[in-house]
Structure formats: structure tokens, C-alpha cells
Write a protein that binds this ligand. Sequence first.
Ligand code: T3D
Length: 264
Amino acid sequence: MSHEKLVLLETHSGVATITLNRPERLNSLTVPMHEALRDALDRVAADPELRCVLLTGAGRGFCAGQDLSDPATMGNGEAPDLGHTLETYYNPLVRRLRSLEKPVVCAVNGVAAGAGANLALACDLVLAARSASFIQAFCKIGLAPDCGGSYFLPRLVGSARAMGLAMLGEKLSAEQAADWGLIWRCIDDEQLLPEAKALAANLASGPTRGLALIKQEIHASIDNDLETQLNLERDLQRQAGQTEDHREGVNAFLEKRKPCYRGR
Ligand code: T3D
């Protein structure tokens, strides 16, 4: 399969839909998939017309994490340097998603295991099909969480639940994930993609720069004290106040009409 086909990028009305496309292996990640995903995210970052990302998986799974049979990362019989794999592929992927100045919606269409589960958690708004599940599968093969999991999990669900998920590797249903606050919403299977697309379209027609500042504020708040966060709010609101979209939002309110945001 060609490099591009491993990850599909479709664009429509400002939404870039990125689909992990190796369904026969539950979209587990190989080096060429990492490269294709990186290229797709770089294209989205560079195109101001693309104002929201929707990430999902083809077939019955979202992503089963690292492809455990990929000789490029699994060491070809010798002990692999997984630190190198993380530094080269997974860590840049998480940084790319978090620093993208556009909202990233994740539609978890099926099982999300290992780095696949944490790839979803690196996105900004996570929706999951009712039949989907999240598995911190690392402990089953003698590894520890990566792809940001050890950062996201305790912050989203608290240390006790994070520890249980990471040490036991039990399947967490989408419903439970939503109840615990790991994800935004659990949705009936047949409604997942329509709802995720509608959400992404809504965000893509929103005040993109303001949304990017919200993303930055909320992600930063997890580590900041109140004083630091108040200063950040001051600085980011200053930027937001200078956008065309802010002016448009206020004018539309005063003129009692729907705002037309251009992402500027
Ligand atoms: O480089 C590094 O290693 C560092 C980075 C590590 C990051 C990680 O993500 S480590 C964790 C890796 N992932 C896993 O350990 C999960 C492995 N997969 C599973 O445990 C199960 O497949 C699932 C629980 C996710 C789903 O189970 P089920 O029963 O629904 O499906 P299945 O039959 O196991 O899988 C379907 C096919 O996909 C199957 O192939 P086959 O038998 O039909 O030819 C299976 O081997 C393949 N598959 C699933 N996951 C992976 C995979 N092939 C390669 N790598 C996988 N991760």
C-alpha cells in the first residue's frame, strides 16, 4: 500500500478528515503510517482554509497502537531502542497535535489500544462510538504508557484510575470513559461519524484563532498556578481581542444576526 493510502486526508468545507487506514491490522502504527500522518498534519497546519481536523480510523478499530510486527521499530530480533521510536515518531506526533492552532476532534470508531488510546487523548475533543473501548495495553507486553498517556491519564481521570488502567490494561468501555471524564462524549455507533462531522463543521466555521487560544489556555492550565494562568489569559485575550472574528462576533450580536467567522 502506498505511503499516502495508509492515512487518508479528505478536505471539505474547512474540515480536514484524517483517517488511519490499515483496517486489517486495526490501524496499528508503522513507520510509513507515522510519516503519512505527519505529512497530513503538516498540510493541515499550513493551509489557513482548513480550520478543524477530524481524526478517525477505517474499519472496526480506531488504532491498536504500535504495530508489534513492524521490523523497523521492533528491532528485528535484537532488543529494540524504543526510546528512539518515541523520540522520532510518537513524541513529535503528540507535540504536533497539541501545538496545532486548530481544534482536533477525534472520532474513536472502535478499539483504541496502547499508543492508539493515547493518540485519541492527545486530541482536543474525543467522541467515541458506544462499542469502542480504550485499553492501556502496554502492561500486557512489559511496557509503560507512552504517546503522552502517563501525562493525560492522571490529569483526566485522577491517579487512582490512571494507575488501575495502566497496571491492569483492562478494557474501558466508551460509556465508562465518558462517565470518568476521559472523553467528551459516547455516541451510538451509527451516529458517531455524522455527529463528529457536524461538530467538526461547526468548529471549522467558528472563530478559528479564538478556538486556538482556548486550546492553548485549557491545555496550559493543567500545569499552571492561578497567577501564571491569569497572566496567560491576559496575554491571549489581548490577541483574541485583535482578531477580525472578535469584531465580527460583537457586531453580529449587536446587529442581531448570525456571525460569519473567517478564521482571521
Ligand atoms: O516501538 C514501540 O513498541 C514503542 C511504542 C509502543 C506503543 C504501543 O502502542 S505498545 C502497545 C501495542 N499494542 C498492543 O499491545 C495491542 C495489541 N492488540 C490487541 O491487544 C488486540 O488486537 C486488541 C485488543 C486491540 C483487539 O483485539 P481483537 O480481538 O478485537 O482483534 P485481533 O484479532 O487481536 O486483531 C485483528 C488483527 O489485527 C489481528 O491480525 P490477524 O490475526 O487477523 O492477522 C492482529 O494480530 C492485528 N493486530 C492488532 N493489534 C496489532 C496487530 N498487529 C500488529 N500490531 C498490533 N498492535
